[in-house]
Structure formats: C-alpha cells, structure tokens
Design a binder for this molecule. Structure first.
Ligand code: KMT
Ligand code: NI
Length: 178
C-alpha cells in the first residue's frame, strides 16, 4: 500500500494521477484510516483476518470481484457509483485478495484527495464518516473480501449539504481533530 496526493487533472480515473507531492503513509493515521499488510493465504484460512475481525466485531464477510466479465451490464454503472464521493455511517473494510485499485480519501481540512494504491494482501479500514471513493486501476481487476459489523449493507451517502451535518460525519471530524 502506498499513498500520494491526487493530481486533480482531468482524464481516466484509472490512471495513477500521481501529484507532485508525496504523502507519508502516516497521514492515513491522522485521517483515521487503519491498514495492515497480511499475505494472502493459499489454503483458504485467514487466521490474522479472523483475529482482527473478532477484536473489531466484524461478524460477516463476503467476496466481491470487480471485472467487466464479473459484473456484466452493471459494470459501467457500478464503476461510476464507486467513484462518486460519498460517506457511510459504518466502517468500510476491505481485504484485497487479488488485483489492485485506488481508494481516494479526502484529507481534512484541506479537502484534497489522497490516493491510496491497494493490492493483494492489503487490509484497509475507512472510518465511518470519511469522504472517499474507489476506482479500479489500469489493470481493471480487483477481488476483495468485504467485512461487515452487521448484515452486508452499507449505504453510500453521496456528499452534499446533508452529509456535512450527518452525525457520523460530525463524530468523525471530532475524533480526528483530537
Ligand atoms: C466500495 O464500496 O467502494 C466497494 O466495495 C468497491 C471497492 S472493493 C475493492
Ligand atoms: Ni464507500
């Protein structure tokens, strides 16, 4: 996993968009983004993931494969939806099993995008209330385990005036400001 400032230039969202300025991975700590590197198992057992899931109360999980073939006619609309800036009222927890992609998160208070490049073995937890988006990269394939505290539901709230005052957003801002 590595992180850098997004260049904000127009063009394919899948391109690296590597800005001039480097971002220290420590910036993720400041934004409340948790991350681990856990080599992907070849036997279907995930003891380290299980331990983190137990400690953090992630009761459910599934596996999503994002490819043109896998998503069929939903592909373009899904890709667009993942890339709309949004927040959730719960954590977004993804363990990358294969392929790669980018999670963009908003730095606060500058509101600049930090691009986080993830690939197999990266476990990332985006805190509730953080503004973010996701895109495939130019390899066009990712497979990820999604972990959930409760049943597999995580409503995206696209950023607007109401998300700015959402209690989960407000709570997030309080937590990262201490
Ligand atoms: C999401 O919520 O943005 C997704 O599940 C897509 C990314 S999973 C690697
Ligand atoms: Ni999300």
């Amino acid at each position: 996993m590595h992180a850098y400032y997004f260049d904000n230039l127009p063009g394919d969202q899948r391109a690296p968009h590597h800005g001039e300025e480097l971002a220290d991975i420590a910036i993720l700590d400041k934004l409340g983004v948790l991350h681990w590197q856990i080599p992907v198992s070849t036997n279907g057992q995930y003891p380290e993931i299980d331990a983190i899931a137990k400690e953090r109360d992630y009761k459910n999980r599934d596996v999503i494969t994002i490819t043109k073939e896998g998503l069929g006619e939903l592909y373009e609309s899904k890709i667009k939806m993942f890339y709309e800036e949004h927040m959730h009222e719960d954590e977004e927890i993804r363990y990358i099993l294969d392929g790669s992609g980018y999670f963009d998160v908003r730095e606060h208070p500058s509101d600049t995008w930090i691009r986080i490049a993830v690939s197999a073995g990266d476990l990332i937890v985006l805190p509730a209330g953080i503004y973010h988006r996701f895109t495939l990269d130019e390899r066009n394939v990712i497979q990820a385990m999604r972990l959930f505290k409760d049943e597999p539901k995580w409503t995206p709230y696209n950023r607007d005036a109401t998300t700015d005052t959402n209690p989960h957003r407000q709570h997030y801002l309080e937590v990262i400001s201490v």
